[in-house]
Structure formats: structure tokens, C-alpha cells
Design a binder for this molecule. Structure first.
Ligand code: THU
Length: 143
């Protein structure tokens, strides 16, 4: 786990990204779980790209906040080393960890060293993608 002070981001940018993720969570479409999650990609030029979870009556098709933000970032021309960090905000007592599907997507769209910043407003936990996905299957596995 990484310490907040070691992030390649100013405190101000981090707080704006957390706020952007929190605002995004208000747009979550969660009629089944009633569990809104917000996310925010911080790009290399400090653009903040929000995402929220979008559920579906066929539950397995639901899209997590992290994936919404990462897919949106790709559409705006940001992926891998053009992304500084990904923030995830959920309104829980304990910090919400990203699900397995999102971790697999992170392997393609972020770098192994990209910080994933998870917070519930009270506490913050920061992991790199490689910490979240040890011994993972990725494009490297097919070389
Ligand atoms: N969810 C996210 O959006 N991100 C996470 O990190 C964990 C789970 C969503 C998926 C689903 O819409 C709801 O939370 C309950 O699992």
C-alpha cells in the first residue's frame, strides 16, 4: 500500500478528484444494489474524468464506476501512461476495494504502477495496479 504523501499529485488535485468522484456517484444508476460508487481518472494533463456504476436488470451486465471512468478516459484519448491515477469513492464504513473485473480492465488501460486511490472520505488506501493484481493474465502473458 502506498502513502498519500508519495503520490505524484498535489493535495489540491487529489481533493478535486475525490470530489469529482463523489459528485459522479450521485449520477450512479443503481436500482438493484442501491450502492452508488463514484470514480475519477486523473489524466497526465490533470483533466478529471468521472464515472459511476451503471446497473442492468441482467445483473451481470452492470458496469462498475471504475470501468465507466476508464472507458470514458479511453474515449478522450487517455490510457496507460497518460493516466496519473484512478480514484474510487464509496459511502461505506470500510473502504471499498475494486472488483476483480475492474482489476483485469486496469491491467490493459492503466500501467502496473498507476496508483488506485480508494476512499470513503474518512480514510484512504492507495494501491498500485500490480499490487491489486499479482500474477495476473495480461498481454504480457501471450508473448
Ligand atoms: N461497484 C463499483 O462500481 N465499484 C466497486 O469497486 C465495487 C462495486 C458496484 C457494482 C454494483 O453496481 C454495486 O457496486 C454493488 O456491487
Amino acid at each position: 500500500m502506498t502513502d498519500e504523501t508519495k503520490l505524484p499529485l498535489s493535495k489540491d488535485l487529489l481533493h478535486r478528484a475525490i470530489e469529482t468522484a463523489f459528485e459522479a456517484s450521485k449520477k450512479a444508476y443503481v436500482p438493484y444494489s442501491h450502492f452508488p460508487v463514484g470514480a475519477c481518472v486523473i489524466t497526465c494533463d490533470d483533466t478529471l474524468i468521472p464515472g459511476a456504476n451503471i446497473e442492468n436488470s441482467s445483473y451481470g451486465l452492470s458496469n462498475c464506476a471504475e470501468r465507466t471512468a476508464m472507458f470514458s478516459a479511453v474515449m478522450q484519448g487517455y490510457l496507460k501512461d497518460r493516466i496519473k491515477a484512478l480514484v474510487v469513492v464509496a459511502p461505506t464504513e470500510e473502504i471499498t476495494p475494486p472488483c476483480g473485473a475492474c482489476r483485469q480492465i486496469m491491467l490493459d488501460l492503466l500501467t502496473l504502477n498507476t496508483p488506485v486511490i480508494c476512499t470513503n472520505h474518512k480514510a484512504i488506501k492507495i494501491f498500485t495496479v500490480s499490487e491489486l493484481m499479482p500474477f495476473a493474465f495480461s498481454d504480457e502473458s501471450m508473448k
